[in-house]
Design a binder for this molecule. Structure first.
Ligand code: AMP
Length: 624
C-alpha cells in the first residue's frame, strides 16, 4: 500500500502541483490563472480563471475524437427496452435538448428541475442544461409531492422536465399526478413544464397550460443547434438536495471545472476505469452517485455508462450480471443493500454469467457489514471495494485506489483517505485528535479538494454554520460520521453523529419525516428513528403522540403511513408507527432519539441522566 499512500500524500504536500497535473485530464477553453484560491475560508475556489464546460468534456470532445464508441447504454428491464447511443448520437440528443431549452428562453444561470425516471431523456436533460450553463437539479423519482414542492420553492426553476410515469418492479408510479400535487403546494411556479410521454398513464393527470410535449417540441425545432456556453471554473453546474438535521433539505451546489477534474481523476486513480470500457453504477440519477458515476464521470473519461431502469431482481436476480456479460462491464458500483437482497437468492443467478470483463467492483452509500462483504467477494470471485463519500463531496473520501496500486483490504473498512482529503478523527468532548482505535468525529481539514460542494444554494451562511468548525485554531469540514482508525491507518465508519438515517443506501432526515407526520390533525408530536434492518441497513420507525388523549387511535397508523407516502414518498414510510402518550425528553426538552432507537432494536437504552421522566421509557418498552 506504499504507492497508494504516497500518491495520496503527494496531493497534500503540494496541492497546487498535484491538481495542476490532474487538470490535464479535461479540456479547457482557457487555462486557469491559479489552481486554488482560498481567500475567503471556508469557501474554496479551484482553477480560478479557467474556462471550460462539463457537458463538452463529457460528450462533445469524445463525439469529435471517438464518435462511434458507445456512450450511453440504456436498458430498461421494466419495459424490455435496450438502446445504445454512441458519443455522436448522444451529442446530437443533448444539443437538440439544449436547443429546446433555449427556445423556451432558458439561459445561463437559469434552473431546470428534472423529475424523471431512469430513461435516456434524463441524461439528455442534465447534459443539455450544463451545455448551456443552466443549473440542473434532479429530484429523485421516489420523492412525492411535498418533497418535490420544497425543492421547487427553494430552487425556483423556470422549467420543469418530468415524465408521465416511472416503473418499479412492474408498478406504475404516476409522476404527472405527483408533480401536479407539488405545483398545487408550491409558491413558485415554473414557466414551462416539459413532459416526456411514455404512454404509461391513461388519463392525462397533468393537464396544465404550461405543459409541452418534450419529444414533439424537440422534433419540431427549426434550429436544433445550441452552442456550448463556456463557463468560469467556479460557476455552478448543478444543485442536488440532500437531507440534514433540520426539516429543510439542503441544496448542495457544485462547480464546473473542479468537479470535472475530480471526476476524471477519481475514475482513473480510484475506479481504475479506462476510455472505451464500460462503467455500470446501479444507482439512480436522483442521487449523487447518479450524477458523478452514471452520467458525468464515466462519460468525461470516455467510457460507456450503463443507464439502467429497474430493480436488481426483476425479471430475475440474474439481470445485472447478464448485462455485465453482454456489455462487457469493466467497473461496477452498487450498494450493500442490493447485495444483501441478492444474497437471499440462488447464487446460480450470478454464477451462470461470464463476469470475466469485470475488473473492479465497488460498494458505497451505507456501512458494508462483514457478512455482506464476504458473500459479495465470494459470489463475484473478486475483491469488493467498500468506499465512503457523501453527496456533499461528490466523489470518494475514503477508498482503496486500485488505479494506483492493489493492496490488502480490511473487512469492514473502506481503507484510507484518497488524494486531496486530510482526514482527522476528532474527539467530541476535547476537540483534539483521537489516538488509534479511538472513536472520533470524521472531519476533513479545510480546504476540501476540487469537486466538493462549493456552497448551499443561496445560503452561504448555512453552508458555513452547518459544515465547518474550528478545532485547535484550524478549520475542519464535518462529515457527521463517527469513525475509528487502526494502527495501520485503515478507517472504519461507525455511523452518523446527527439525525440522518440511511435506508437502503438512501439518506433521509428524520426531521423531514417527523414534520410530515405532524401534518396529521390527530398527531401532536412525533419522533422518528432508524432501527436496524437485515436487508435495508436501517428502517424508519415512528413514535407519535396523539393530539387528544381521549381520541381513538384506530386506523391512525395506516393514515400516518399514507400521509408520509404522499408527502415524501414510499422510501420514507415508517415500517411501524407506535402511538405513545409521551416522548422521552431531556429536562431541556430534547427528544432522546438514541433511547428510542435502542428500545426499537431490543437493546437497553442505558443510563439516561438527563431524562425528565424515566417512566416514559418503561411505558414505551411495553408498546414495542
Ligand atoms: P449520501 O450523501 O446520501 O451519499 O449519504 C452519505 C452518508 O452515507 C455518509 O455520511 C455515511 O453516513 C453513509 N455512507 C456512505 N458510504 C458509506 C460507507 N462506505 N460506509 C459507511 N457509511 C457510508
Amino acid at each position: 500500500m506504499e504507492k497508494a499512500r504516497a500518491f495520496a500524500q503527494s496531493a497534500l504536500d503540494d496541492p497546487n502541483a498535484f491538481w495542476a497535473g490532474e487538470a490535464a485530464l479535461i479540456d479547457w477553453k482557457t487555462p486557469f490563472d491559479a489552481v486554488f484560491d482560498g481567500a475567503k475560508p471556508p469557501f474554496s475556489r479551484w482553477y480560478k480563471g479557467g474556462v471550460t464546460n462539463l457537458s463538452y468534456n463529457a460528450v462533445d470532445r469524445h463525439a469529435e475524437g471517438t464518435p462511434d464508441t458507445p456512450a450511453l447504454i440504456f436498458v430498461s428491464s421494466e419495459t424490455g427496452t435496450e438502446k445504445t447511443y454512441s458519443f455522436k448520437d448522444l451529442q446530437s440528443e443533448v444539443e437538440r435538448t439544449a436547443a429546446l431549452y433555449k427556445s423556451l428562453g432558458v439561459s445561463k444561470g437559469d434552473r431546470v428541475l428534472i423529475y424523471l425516471p431512469m430513461i435516456p431523456e434524463a441524461a439528455f436533460a442534465m447534459l443539455a442544461a450544463t451545455r448551456i450553463g443552466a443549473i440542473h437539479s434532479v429530484v429523485f423519482g421516489g420523492f412525492a409531492s411535498g418533497a418535490l414542492a420544497d425543492r421547487i420553492e427553494d430552487l425556483e426553476p423556470s422549467v420543469i422536465i418530468a415524465a408521465d410515469a416511472g416503473l418499479r418492479g412492474g408498478k406504475v408510479i404516476d409522476y404527472g399526478a405527483l408533480l401536479k400535487g407539488a405545483l398545487a403546494q408550491s409558491k413558485h411556479q415554473p414557466d414551462h413544464i416539459l413532459m416526456v410521454d411514455r404512454g404509461l398513464v391513461q388519463d392525462d393527470t397533468l393537464s396544465d397550460d404550461r405543459r409541452i410535449d418534450f419529444h414533439a417540441a424537440r422534433d419540431a425545432l427549426a434550429d436544433p443547434t445550441a452552442d456550448v456556453e463556456w463557463l468560469e471554473a467556479s460557476e455552478p453546474s448543478y444543485v442536488l438536495y440532500t437531507s440534514g438535521t433540520t426539516g429543510k433539505p439542503k441544496g448542495v451546489q457544485r462547480d464546473t471545472g473542479g468537479y470535472a477534474v475530480a471526476l476524471a481523476a477519481s475514475i482513473k486513480h480510484i475506479y481504475d476505469g479506462k476510455a472505451g470500457e464500460t462503467f455500470f453504477a446501479t444507482s439512480d440519477i436522483g442521487w449523487v452517485v447518479g450524477h458523478s458515476y452514471i452520467v458525468y464521470g464515466p462519460l468525461i473519461a470516455g467510457m460507456a455508462t450503463v443507464f439502467y431502469e429497474g430493480t436488481p431482481v426483476h425479471p430475475d436476480p440474474g439481470i445485472w450480471w447478464s448485462l455485465v456479460e453482454k456489455y462487457k462491464v469493466s467497473i461496477m458500483f452498487s450498494a450493500p443493500t442490493a447485495m444483501r437482497l441478492l444474497a437471499t437468492r440462488d447464487l446460480d443467478f450470478i454464477k451462470k454469467y461470464d463476469l470475466s470483463s469485470l475488473r473492479r467492483f465497488f460498494l458505497a452509500g451505507e456501512p458494508l457489514d462483514e457478512p455482506t462483504a464476504r458473500w459479495s467477494t465470494e459470489a463475484l470471485g473478486r475483491p469488493v471495494y467498500d468506499h465512503f463519500w457523501q453527496t456533499e463531496t461528490g466523489w470518494p473520501i475514503i477508498s482503496a485506489m486500485p488505479g494506483v496500486e492493489d493492496h490488502d483490504l480490511k473487512w469492514g473498512s473502506p481503507s484510507f483517505p484518497v488524494f486531496g482529503y486530510e482526514v482527522a478523527l476528532i474527539d467530541e468532548g476535547s476537540g483534539k485528535e483521537v489516538g488509534p482505535e479511538e472513536k472520533g468525529l470524521l472531519t476533513i481539514k479545510w480546504p476540501l479538494p476540487p469537486g466538493t460542494m462549493t456552497t448551499l444554494w443561496r445560503d452561504d451562511e448555512r453552508f458555513k454554520n452547518t459544515y465547518f468548525a474550528d478545532f485547535g485554531g484550524e478549520t475542519y469540514y464535518q462529515t457527521f460520521d463517527f469513525a475509528v482508525r487502526d494502527a495501520a491507518g485503515y478507517i472504519t465508519l461507525l455511523g452518523r453523529s446527527d439525525d440522518v438515517i440511511n435506508v437502503a443506501g438512501h439518506r433521509l432526515g428524520t426531521r423531514e419525516i417527523e414534520s410530515a407526520i405532524c401534518g396529521h390533525d390527530s398527531v401532536a408530536e412525533a419522533a422518528v428513528i432508524g432501527a436496524e434492518d437485515k436487508v435495508k441497513g436501517q428502517t424508519p420507525i415512528a413514535f407519535a403522540v396523539p393530539s387528544s388523549a381521549d381520541a381513538s387511535t384506530d386506523g391512525l397508523e395506516a393514515e400516518i403511513k399514507s400521509l408520509v407516502d404522499k408527502q415524501l414518498g414510499a422510501i420514507a414510510r415508517p415500517s411501524r408507527v407506535i402511538m405513545v402518550p409521551l416522548l422521552p425528553k431531556t429536562r431541556s426538552g430534547k427528544i432522546l432519539r438514541r433511547a428510542l432507537q435502542a428500545l426499537s432494536e431490543g437493546r437497553d437504552p442505558g443510563d439516561l441522566p438527563t431524562i425528565e421522566d424515566p417512566a416514559v421509557i418503561e411505558d414505551i418498552r411495553g408498546r414495542i
